[in-house]
Design a protein around this ligand. Structure first.
Ligand SMILES: Nc1ncnc2c1ncn2[C@@H]1O[C@H](COP(=O)(O)OP(=O)(O)OP(=O)(O)O)[C@@H](O)[C@H]1O
Length: 330
């Protein structure tokens, strides 16, 4: 069942132009001029119930703007959006009870109060009975390992604990569709893993649909089989993450530790050199040439250690954007 349907969605922000100085201020006051920022341009996609989809793109690509339109915080300039059958911008109670938005850089919990107090407010807003509230609170706080932390003021929680409490607050009403904008922003590696594990478990347990943006590629690779790639407001790719890597990462990274330094010119004959750090060299080698090139390296150089890996996904995607190689078809 399709739960998120986006058709030809666009958002244009009018931005006032103001010249510096008093003259500029007066002109701005009497004769305001605007320019347009095309934050999202004619994008279409749909998401099936229960899917976990990664939403990728460089800074300023239009991810947050899209999420804001999907949750009804802003009105689209044109195009259609349906989430769980509702038009988000109408913000009907039924829509609000089926969706949730968590933004890593914004918080809904009240700073000076224990998280439990904010959770009780949310329970009242969503009309949860005491019994349902207690049951969900117990279940979610156990999944998030937060039981001991909910009674102390939010300002005394660590960043990771605060994020988990934010997730608890956002999920208390059991939304079917969850929009996450950088949920692991600023968290240390352990806290990132804990949030990731929780999201996977939540998706499995409740068949929740999740659309996730993150600059930590580990979040995306761990959780999402499918990705949407947006660049300068346009949807560049919609498909399997693996296929994206297959198509656009035709190389493997070969890391070689040499017994002694070798001239760059000599090393260059084996393939593209990604980096040289003393006696450690990283090559990018075409997949089809991998075995013959490794055999040549081992035969011609004195090698202490050698390993082969996929280049990091953020590098692949970064290179795609730079080269303009991404195409509209998946
Ligand atoms: N309220 C606004 N008024 C004017 N321009 C805006 C507004 N919000 C966003 N923009 C612009 O729209 C474009 C897309 O911004 P958006 O925040 O959606 O990108 P993003 O992909 O979420 O970026 P990031 O990864 O940095 O959060 C940017 O050029 C941004 O400057």
């Amino acid at each position: 069942m399709t739960i998120v349907r986006v058709e030809n969605l666009s958002k244009i922000y009018p931005v006032a132009i103001k010249q510096p100085g008093i003259k500029g201020t007066l002109k701005h006051f009497f004769q305001r001029q605007y320019r347009e920022i095309k934050a999202v341009q004619d994008i279409s996609f749909s998401i099936e119930a229960g899917e976990m989809v990664g939403f990728l793109g460089p800074n300023g690509a239009g991810k947050t703007t899209t999420l804001k339109m999907l949750t009804g915080l802003i009105h689209p300039s044109s195009g259609q959006v349906r989430v769980a059958g509702y038009v988000p911008f109408r913000r009907q109670p039924q829509f609000l009870s089926k969706t949730s938005l968590v933004m890593g850089q914004k918080q809904q919990l009240l700073w000076d109060l224990p998280a439990l107090d904010s959770l009780k407010i949310n329970a009242a807003i969503y009309n949860l009975s005491d019994q349902v509230f207690e049951q969900r609170l117990g279940e979610l706080s156990e999944m998030l390992s937060l039981q001991q932390k909910l009674t102390q003021p939010v300002r005394k929680l660590s960043l990771g604990e605060r994020m988990k409490a934010e997730l608890l607050a956002a999920l208390l009403h059991h939304p079917q569709v969850l929009f996450l904008d950088e949920p692991t922003l600023g968290l240390d590696v352990n806290a990132q893993v804990a949030v990731r594990e929780f999201l996977r478990e939540y998706n499995l347990r409740y068949q929740a649909t999740i659309l996730l943006t993150s600059h930590y590629m580990a979040d995306i690779t761990a959780l999402c089989k499918r990705v949407l790639l947006i660049h300068q407001g346009q949807l560049m790719y919609d498909g399997a993450l693996e296929e994206l890597l297959e198509r656009f990462a035709p190389c493997r990274e070969v890391k070689v530790e040499l017994a002694h330094p070798v001239e760059k010119a000599h090393l260059a004959q084996f393939g593209e050199i990604e980096a040289i750090d003393g006696q450690e060299v990283r090559f990018l080698i075409q997949r089809e040439k991998l075995t013959t090139t490794i055999a040549q390296i081992l035969a011609q150089l004195e090698v202490l250690d050698l390993s082969v890996s996929e280049p990091p996904i953020e590098e692949v995607i970064g290179r795609l954007f730079l080269s303009g190689k991404v195409s509209l078809t998946s």
